[in-house]
Design a protein around this ligand. Structure first.
Ligand SMILES: NC(=O)c1ccc[n+]([C@@H]2O[C@H](COP(=O)([O-])OP(=O)(O)OC[C@H]3O[C@@H](n4cnc5c(N)ncnc54)[C@H](O)[C@@H]3O)[C@@H](O)[C@H]2O)c1
Length: 255
């Protein structure tokens, strides 16, 4: 690795597993000081121990939990350069099955959680030394472009695009020197998909066929995009949507 993030402080939500864990591992390897923020203290602490990251308990859907994280970042690190709002869940409920409770639970994590993460990031990044600003990266999905029956999930990931653009434009207009972009993974083999494949083995082949490359993506491939957006190399990138989905949305479904 090349120390592309040396001297930077990063928070990664949902860092205890899957794509977030991959981002934590790569950010640490690139020289960043990483705060792994997750509800899952067991896996979170294990990944932190293995990588040299610091574990911080966080429920992204809870505003007071974000206030505690902000206080910890300010007192322990004194700056925040990178915020990855990555924690997310699925509901697997279509429009005829979804309940108000299931809808609200998913929206609180996948959309409200990202909004609170952006607010927290901006609050700390504005106080960074030397007006250094920072980079916010929100994990959306190929589902932001191509709907699946999980109605709350599709809606949340479409919402992350608008949220990201609004934050990017506001920060630029105000001269905050804070960039904000979304990453759009395609089918990536993590716990979310492993559970579905265990229950319905045919899901694995269907996920592979989504991409003309005929395979799923890896967490390392998504983490590589996060490193670029987090680094100073991405200094002219804001409000953008960065696909890591093996051409999924480029392929005509009937070909
Ligand atoms: N795996 C895929 O195919 C895929 C594709 C596109 C987008 N995504 C997105 O990538 C992100 C990560 O998903 P993943 O596949 O790595 O899933 P994952 O289940 O492996 O990891 C999700 C992590 O989020 C944490 N989390 C859940 N609720 C939380 C909360 N309220 N507060 C804090 N942490 C919480 C979990 O403990 C877990 O560590 C999600 O936003 C997901 O929608 C995944």
């Amino acid at each position: 690795m090349t120390d592309r993030l040396k001297g930077k402080v990063a928070v990664v939500t949902g860092g205890a597993s899957g794509i977030g864990e991959g981002i934590v591992r790569r950010f640490c390897a690139e020289g960043a000081r990483v705060i792994l923020a997750d509800l899952d203290a067991v896996n979170g602490a294990a990944v932190a121990t293995d990588t040299g990251a610091e574990f911080c308990s966080l429920d992204v859907a809870d505003q007071s939990s974000w206030a505690a994280l902000e206080a910890t970042v300010r007192s322990d690190a004194g700056q925040l350069d990178i915020m990855v709002n990555n924690a997310g869940i699925v509901s697997n409920l279509d429009i005829t099955a979804v309940t108000v409770e299931a809808w609200q639970q998913l929206m609180n994590i996948n959309l409200l959680g990202v909004m609170l993460g952006c607010q927290t990031a901006i609050s700390v990044m504005r106080d960074n030394p030397d007006d250094a600003g920072g980079s916010i990266i929100n994990t959306a999905s190929s589902t932001s472009y191509l709907a699946i029956p999980d109605v709350a999930y599709t809606t949340s990931k479409t919402g992350v695009v608008g949220l990201t653009k609004s934050v990017a434009v506001h920060c630029a207009n105000e001269g905050f020197n804070i960039r904000c972009n979304s990453i759009h993974p395609g089918a990536t083999l993590t716990n979310i998909l492993k559970t579905a494949i265990e229950q319905m083995p045919e899901v694995e082949e269907a996920c592979k066929k989504m991409s003309p490359l005929n395979r799923m993506g890896t967490v390392d491939e998504v983490a590589a995009m996060a490193v670029f957006l987090a680094s100073d190399e991405a200094s002219f990138c804001t409000g953008g949507q960065y696909a890591v989905e093996g051409g999924t949305v480029s392929q005509h479904p009937k070909m």
